[in-house]
Design a protein around this ligand. Sequence first.
Ligand SMILES: NC(=O)C1=CN([C@@H]2O[C@H](COP(=O)(O)OP(=O)(O)OC[C@H]3O[C@@H](n4cnc5c(N)ncnc54)[C@H](O)[C@@H]3O)[C@@H](O)[C@H]2O)C=CC1
Ligand SMILES: CC(=O)C(=O)O
Ligand SMILES: [Mg+2]
Length: 556
Amino acid sequence: MASKSINGFRGTELLNSPRYNKGTAFTEKEREEYGLEGLLPPVVESLQQQVDRVYGEYSAIGDNPLAKNIFLASLRTENIVLYFGLVSQHLFEMLPIVYTPTQGDAIANYSNIFRRPEGCFLDIEHKDPELIRKILSQFGQGDDIEYIIITDSEGILGIGDQGVGGVLISVAKGNLMTLCAGLNPHKLLPIVLDVGTNNKKHRSNPLYMGLRRDRVRGQEYDDYVDTVLSCIKEVFPHAFVHFEDFGLVNAKRILDKYRKRIACFNDDIQGTGAVALAAVVSTLHIRKEDLHDQRFIIFGAGTAGIGIADQMMNAMMIDGLSQQEAYDRIFLIDRYGLLLEKHRDVATEGQKRYLKPDSEFADLDVTGEGIGLEAAISRIKPNILIGCSGQPGKFTEGAIREMAKHTDRPVIFPISNPTSLVEARPAQINEWTEGRALIATGSPFPAIERDGKLCPVAQCNNALLYPALGVACILSRCQVLTDEMIKAAADALAHTSPALKDPSQSLLPDITNIRDISRHIILAVLRKAEEQGANTVAVPKSYEEVAALEWNPRYE
Ligand SMILES: NC(=O)C1=CN([C@@H]2O[C@H](COP(=O)(O)OP(=O)(O)OC[C@H]3O[C@@H](n4cnc5c(N)ncnc54)[C@H](O)[C@@H]3O)[C@@H](O)[C@H]2O)C=CC1
Ligand SMILES: CC(=O)C(=O)O
Ligand SMILES: [Mg+2]
């Protein structure tokens, strides 16, 4: 029999190719053709049998989330179909392992637990465009890559600067694209830009694998990002670019610079804003109130905080408010306390338009050290409090009780990740508000008890939305992603809220039926793209057409 190969791989090399490896699922005929005889145990198994085996191994690891994360990461580098087969069948159970909170630990420990590389490593000491194009070309050409997730690792989740280990946020976010919205994993490229790290712990770790130098800032950094994006556009002209976990100084600046020039998106700004809007809309149904009547305090006015503020602004204006009226309903608290005009010199560009007149709050700043959360709540009487500061415990009992004084159903979303950085735990908020608060968190939390009944806590995490939004951008090949397309995604997600049917249920759906939810979001975004003429190709028109385009774990 003539010796055959799959894309040049046969024998041991084929078994070592995560993309083409089927392990014990290679049939007898394939074993003969591809030179695998004697390299596998004799029994030919189905994918389901393989999944059952690895699930058994996974379960035997016991209560060690990081070991489970390492097990799954290793599996992915051995057999991609088996990895997705396993995780998609146990997504609810495994999401906290492959995403927040455990992926945060994996990233922080990257240089200590490294086995095999995943993703693409670009570093600022090798910035020759020819070299960057060559590196990118190792992952394909032209339409081989449709979606690129890129981080510079400065603001990983709430754990900050993680240097080269940040590659694992791009990898994890990419895996969710497949799990949640059916993106073909071979069409995705996760990238880390290593521009140095200011993380002393990593720099002093002898095992650290990234550049041991201060983070590059200023013109050199900007030129480097520009070069990388130009090279991406040359090698993969239609790829959609997703920015993830850039730091506060760069995230919004980079988005604002490129969003009208290339098809791109910042998940922490736009994705978080949209998912928070969906959760807020869901509370409006329960409270029978209108968005334009809400008053917000956003605690932690950084990348995510400003993304949420801008998204709420935009939605309130669509709901009939003037720009000024909408600004007047959003109050920001950052490290200086409630942000006022007097903070203009230290405020970020994104914060500046939300500064409030000093005179309105002069009496509250008795110590001159800024107005704290409790005092701000007492004066502003917000209905909605959102925490994205990455500062654990900052929603104090006093602050939450103050919230509960002014409104029947206070909306309280401590959405900082990972779990350890949450501003207050749902059980605490529930207790301090006598069971009246409508709660959502960023990382998963156990259900809370109300009147002897367990009520699930919504996970308000951009992961519910960006995979579908990203797939819609790929399917429409949009030249730019418009605010209206993002709003369409948020509205579609809000429509799937379990709380619409039963107010004691979660404000947002959980991940269990995420493929179905994603299809609805994808369709809504595609319709909006067509309405606005943002698509450059014909788009699928029905739920079935969208579903038929999904990648699913099965052996070819
Ligand atoms: N649930 C979700 O989907 C998402 C959650 N996040 C979480 O939000 C948190 C913040 O992330 P980013 O906005 O990317 O970080 P960031 O660093 O851009 O913003 C954090 C902000 O909090 C402020 N801050 C620090 N100490 C403070 C204090 N004591 N009081 C008030 N404000 C304080 C900082 O000055 C900064 O403006 C992280 O924990 C992250 O995991 C971020 C994106 C999405
Ligand atoms: C969820 C997310 O994107 C973050 O915490 O950064
Ligand atoms: Mg993020």
